[in-house]
Design a protein around this ligand. Structure first.
Ligand SMILES: [Zn+2]
Length: 257
């Protein structure tokens, strides 16, 4: 287990990346650049100085309000920064300071951005998933954990299986159930984690999605028209695979074999 010092540095790195992820979540869906201009308060348009833009800390010091106009800053910003920092730590503990760890951290960061954009807009931007599919496949050549064949099979299985589900759903109901965004997201998950992960992710996402759907139906009086985005469940499934998937698969095979 790494000592305190690298852990602290990695955590700071993670929350700083989290701050950038907030920018991505806010700007990518509306087609703005994630590099420039500087962040502004969405209420009063005042540019946010660097000392008010320190991840988590500034939110606490400013008590969740803009220094200029006093408007509330969304609680989600520090939460995403914290989650990003915790994931960086989790990756460090599981994979150490390694290339594979860095690749997986970038993958998780992309999943976080996709999750919140899908929650906000029910879209999964191609700007992340399409380069993600290629990045996942290419990095399989420099990683020992997922071979390029497993990665390629992951893309085909991820893209193909959801495509069949979407096609069947459309055939049966005449409606568009699953978006193309979900299909590309699962292909990206397959590219990074291999085809085993695709099966695991579909299973976890379906269970979580069904449970959430049932819960929402229960509280909305059975209104089936409420569409819940599926992307966050796929992202959760992939993250579960990353940290506990191999343990669960090993456990299942030991149980049956
Ligand atoms: Zn303001």
């Amino acid at each position: 287990m790494p000592s305190f010092f690298p852990g602290f540095i990695v955590f700071i790195f993670g929350v700083t990346v989290g701050s950038f992820l907030n920018v991505c979540i806010y700007r990518i869906p509306v087609g703005l650049s994630v590099v420039s201009p500087r962040s502004i308060c969405p209420k009063c348009n005042t540019p946010i100085p660097f000392y008010d833009n320190i991840p988590i800390l500034s939110y606490v010091l400013l008590k969740g309000r803009c220094r200029h106009c006093g408007d509330h800053i969304s609680f989600r910003y520090p939460v995403i920064e914290l989650v990003s920092g915790l994931f960086a730590l989790a990756i460090l503990f599981q994979y150490g300071l390694s290339i594979r760890g860095l690749i997986l951290y970038i993958f998780i960061a992309s999943l976080l951005v996709i999750t919140f954009i899908d929650i906000d807009y029910t879209i999964i931007p191609d700007a992340i998933t399409v380069p993600g599919i290629f990045a996942g496949f290419l990095t399989s050549f420099i990683s020992s954990q997922v071979t390029y064949k497993e990665s390629l099979l992951g893309v085909l299985l991820g893209g193909g299986s959801l495509y069949i589900v979407a096609w069947t759903y459309h055939l049966l109901t005449g409606k568009e159930g699953m978006g193309g965004g979900d299909i590309k997201l699962l292909a990206m998950i397959g590219a990074f984690l291999g085809w085993h992960a695709v099966l695991f992710t579909i299973f976890v996402a379906s269970v979580l999605g069904t449970l959430s759907g049932l819960t929402i139906m229960l509280f909305s009086g059975g209104d089936l028209r409420l569409a819940i985005p599926f992307g966050p469940f796929l992202a959760l499934g992939a993250m579960a695979y990353l940290f506990i998937g191999p343990v669960i698969i090993f456990w299942c095979f030991n149980l049956t074999g």
